[in-house]
Design a protein around this ligand. Structure first.
Ligand code: ADP
Ligand code: ASP
Ligand code: MG
Length: 420
């Protein structure tokens, strides 16, 4: 008998019919002789709708209250799913994150899992039940408060349960057939990948491929959990995300995939005195504002002994960083700040880049041929990222996908979801 953790994303449980369809699938797995633990997301776009609702009540909702509100989404789907399974003659019980022992730190909105104590889940399994756990939520012991794990966090719930229960498989069910060489909603000719290393998946997730939440990939990598990302709308085999064993030779495509990100903005600090210590002052302030900056570019010093420094950061952190820098303008001595929220970021990822020259040149050529201007560039060992205008990003993704020979012969299937 195997222990299988299955996670169903919002688009897989968007309405009553979908919940019944997913329930059948879970019952099949159970009847095949497996123990089944399910992590479930809120129905459809419920979380987005609840966020909108909160913002229609107040511009800056309190973190604690927002978590209380958002966790209600998963509570609805877990209970409905358990009911649907029971109606098929299989015992099922639903558990909130705190009942399932998802212990986190105290940060509202982006809590990290610190321990998993799934006693009640085990008891349910021992009693022959399917255990359904609300995704995306946890509990902090010190504050006694309910937390959420960050958008997309139900993936982490599933991986953490799989690690804690020593599951045989962790299946992530979504609205596409697996992990593709690019988002199939943007690049219709994206190709499904059969296997991908967790290292490459981390880079794709960090670069905007929301098919897996980055923290779930990190958690899986740290705890040696193998993931199977697949569609809840078909029986096709999906994509295996794995950690190569020490010394294992991995076939490394030069380019595994590309990702696009429209969620970032760019801040340029203009006329910074070109003297030692100024970058440190600026980025200390940025760090104190809690921003996760990504690319940084410093221009060549102008003849007046001043320079410009640009960096990218998530748009939702833009305002607080602008305010924090503004307060210190005269202390640091820069001339002004500009904010640009119309940027797009494209990332090309592949472990084979390490040993292949010319990838950057081919990327820049493809963009040039499509008359797409590059505004910033950064590279890591297995990734090259460029910033373009937001309205050219999707076109950039398609031309780069084609230029690197990644196009499939036919178009990818997107089964459901609104892409929100
Ligand atoms: P779920 O609700 O199941 O968690 P998400 O919307 O979070 O689903 O993630 C699935 C979506 O991720 C797909 O519908 C697709 O548009 C998007 N996506 C982005 N990049 C990729 C990629 N490389 N491969 C597959 N899907 C991707
Ligand atoms: N419902 C949450 C969200 O939309 C968590 C998840 O679906 O993974 O972000
Ligand atoms: Mg998701």
């Amino acid at each position: 008998m195997a222990l299988i953790v299955q996670k169903f994303g919002g688009s897989s449980v968007a309405d009553a019919e979908s919940i019944k369809r997913v329930a059948k699938r879970i019952v099949q797995t159970k009847k095949a002789g497996n123990d089944v633990v399910v992590a479930v997301s809120a129905m459809g776009d419920t979380t987005d709708e609840l966020v909108d609702l909160a913002h229609s009540v107040t511009p800056i909702p309190a973190g604690r209250e927002l978590d209380m509100l958002l966790t209600a989404g998963e509570r609805i789907s877990m209970a409905l799913l358990a009911m649907a399974i029971k109606s098929l003659g299989v015992e099922a019980s639903s558990y909130t994150g705190s009942q399932a022992g998802m212990l986190t730190d105290a940060q509202h909105g982006k809590a990290r899992i610190v321990d998993v104590t799934p006693k009640r889940v085990r008891e349910a399994l021992d009693a022959g039940h399917v255990a359904i756990v609300a995704g995306f939520q946890g509990f902090n012991r010190t504050t006694g408060e309910i937390t959420t794990l960050g958008r997309g966090g139900s993936d982490t719930t599933a991986v953490a349960l799989a690690a804690a229960l020593d599951a045989d498989v962790c299946e992530i069910y979504t609205d596409v057939d697996g992990i593709f060489t690019a988002d199939p909603r943007v690049v219709p000719k994206a190709k499904k990948v059969d296997r991908i290393t967790s290292e490459e998946m981390l880079e794709l997730a960090a670069s905007g491929a929301k098919v897996l939440y980055i923290r779930a990939v990190e958690y899986a990598r740290r705890h040696g959990v193998t993931l199977h990302v697949r569609s809840s709308f078909s029986n096709a085999e999906g994509t295996i995300v794995y950690n190569p064993a020490e010394g294992e030779t991995v076939e490394e495509p030069i380019i595994t995939g590309i990702a696009g990100d429209l969620s970032e903005g760019k801040i340029t600090v203009v006329g910074v005195p070109d003297t030692p210590g100024k970058a440190a002052e600026i980025f200390t302030i940025v760090a104190r504002a809690g921003a996760n900056i990504d690319m940084i570019v410093q221009n060549v010093s102008a003849s007046n002994g001043r320079t410009d420094i640009s960096f990218t950061l998530p748009k939702d952190q833009g305002q607080s960083v602008l305010t924090a820098l503004g307060v210190s303008q005269s202390d640091i001595g820069f001339e002004g700040i500009q904010y640009d929220d119309q940027i797009g970021k494209l990332a090309l990822v592949g472990a084979g880049m390490r040993t292949n020259a010319g990838v950057s040149a081919a990327l820049f050529r493809a963009l040039h041929e499509a008359s797409i201007n590059i505004e910033m560039i950064s590279t890591s060992e297995i990734r090259i990222s460029v910033v373009t205008r937001a309205d050219t990003l999707n076109e950039a993704m398609r031309v780069v996908h084609n230029a690197f020979g990644l196009d499939a012969d036919s178009e990818a299937v997107v089964y459901a979801g609104t892409g929100r």
